[in-house]
Design a protein around this ligand. Sequence first.
Ligand SMILES: Cc1cc2nc3c(=O)[nH]c(=O)nc-3n(C[C@H](O)[C@H](O)[C@H](O)COP(=O)(O)O)c2cc1C
Length: 207
Amino acid sequence: MISNLTQMRLPPPRQKGSMSLEETIAKRRSVRRFTSKPISQLQLSQILWAAQGISDTSGKYRTVPSAGATYPLELFVVCGRNAIEGIADGIYHYDIDSHSLTLHHKGDIRLELARAALDQEFIYEAPVDIVICAIYERTTLGYGNRGERYVHIEVGHAGQNVYLQAEALGLATVAIGAFNDEHVRKVLRLDKQYKPLYIMPVGVGLP
Ligand SMILES: Cc1cc2nc3c(=O)[nH]c(=O)nc-3n(C[C@H](O)[C@H](O)[C@H](O)COP(=O)(O)O)c2cc1C
């Protein structure tokens, strides 16, 4: 059944898996060919948690380090038609504190997103694209211009976690940095404070 809810709680992420960290690191590779097979809500939950989820009981700290725990990153999920079991196509915001998705815009915008990224066709071939954006002011407020460097370092940490979690789940991804920032922001219907830094298609990879 496809959910029409504007907010939906994701299944809780697991903290045990069958692949060792060493094996996951050794196997990680960028993949640019995907099947159209949907991913499960649990797989999506796991990937979002790895990228930016809460990982301590106080709710203060996350899976990825952040300069001064200022947490400038915001994640959006671009979901194609029949892409995630039980979730309609659209753009969703990942609400970190409640580990849930909030509908931001209805409809499949993967093709528009690919066009904003030099027509890298795997963006619309993969069932899902995770777009990692930053609100720089959260970090530059305390750290000035150096905060910009910290935000860029942090998105790398988040991206690596997406890579490793995808690998451990038997899924595939690639970090995409080549796109038109303004165009991507408009395709995602985001206001100017959001700066897109990475697009990461996620799905079942093809060799
Ligand atoms: C900052 C950054 C930006 C990247 N942008 C793109 C991109 O726009 N398109 C793409 O296909 N791959 C992109 N990649 C992936 C690299 O091409 C890939 O990591 C590299 O070829 C090494 O392969 P591996 O990841 O399988 O080890 C990017 C990687 C990084 C770190």
